[in-house]
Design a protein around this ligand. Sequence first.
Ligand code: IMP
Ligand code: MG
Length: 184
Amino acid sequence: MNNQFNDLEKILITKDEIEKRIAEIAKQINDDYKDSDSLVMVCILRGSCYFFTDLTRLIDKPCYLEFMSVSSYKGTVSSGEVSITRDISMPVAGKDLIVVEDIIDTGTTLSYLKKILAQRNPKSLKICSLLDKPSRRKVEIEGDYIGFEIPDKFVVGFGLDYNQLYRNLPDISILKEEIYTKNA
Ligand code: IMP
Ligand code: MG
């Protein structure tokens, strides 16, 4: 039987650490948006699926849950080109938007998304990302809520994938280099 744990170098962030940090971010969002009556949380599929579901259940007010898909990534190297493959289903003019992503790497995806969503005239637009790899940045962009800064290592688990696999691992782990170099 293929055991996906064998493909991991080591655990970087445990599920308990993730859970604790998500609660802290939710508290911050609850404080920051206590006067908002039009909060829209946008899940960027598929990497932020678990982050999004855990986070939004801790938001203490009514909010819209929207889903969006973008494609930009093949294997471990970003193609640099981004396109929307599934859009959100509601107009967001005048609303408070929080885009929920799994990771900011080069910044290409989020700077594109931010530009597209800003054109729809939301009242506000913030970025919430579980992970951030600041050392890899090519496009200038900063998250407003960040779970963890991580080193320049390819990580999987808790929603993050390599070639669409490993998303269902409970922790965030560094993938063994041999896994992606053998397929390169
Ligand atoms: P960016 O456009 O380079 O910032 O890339 C963002 C996207 O790249 C994320 O939404 C992830 O899908 C993917 N990505 C970047 N680094 C990793 C990683 O270490 N593991 C898994 N996916 C990653
Ligand atoms: Mg992704």
